[in-house]
Design a protein around this ligand. Sequence first.
Ligand code: 13P
Length: 255
Amino acid sequence: MRTPIAAGNWKMNFGPRQAAQFASVIRDPLRAISGAEIVLFPPFISIPAVHQILAGTTIGLGAQNLSDQPGGAYTGEVAASMIAELCQWVIVGHSERRHYYGETDALVNSKTRLALSANLTPIVCVGEDLEDREANLTERVITTQVRGSLGDLPAEQIGRVVVAYEPVWAIGTGRAATRQDAEDVIQLIRALMSELYGQGVADNTRILYGGSVTAANIGEFMASPQIDGALVGGASLKPEFVDIANVIASSKAGA
Ligand code: 13P
């Protein structure tokens, strides 16, 4: 049984003051939810403020990125071990990092290793862009990304890895994938995980959907036995995230 995940990626929104304010608004309604792991991903500078607000709750905290180096003279970077002082989670290889900052599968792979060795739970993102989809290249692109980003990870830590399928054309566009689109690709990702690590690992790996998730469409995604939760962007900046988390938590009850 895979515990579902409701993850809120705040992206580059909410400095420390606003982050603390918003976290105080959603904390109590979120902590009342059981049956899902709930995780907030503020910008780096706001992590300590949110950490304080969440103290004493089981709501998870994560970073949106990490350095590909373990430490030292890398101006502007933040190492996995530093993140692990305040967080349990980290997003790796988000499409915005891949597209705007040139992150490759090889880089995503080494960041994922560093996250695992610092005991963080990585959410590794994959997803095709519109051009790929229209050229019928989705399967090829996802296969390359999964093998490159998720291949050859340490067997004893692979159980901790979470994957997020975020089709680039669905991110921030208001045009979510259909449940069928998401399910097809997530099934492919699970099959690739099985090739890499065996069926047992594939069956236990949690795979999330991300891309224009709202309180109105989350139920449709969660009705799929393949989809283990969501990585939410825009809607995670609003109290609507509580509604989304509630649906995610209740959807697999009794499954
Ligand atoms: P939106 O929910 O704003 O489309 O963003 C999705 C996303 O990129 C989450 O990481």
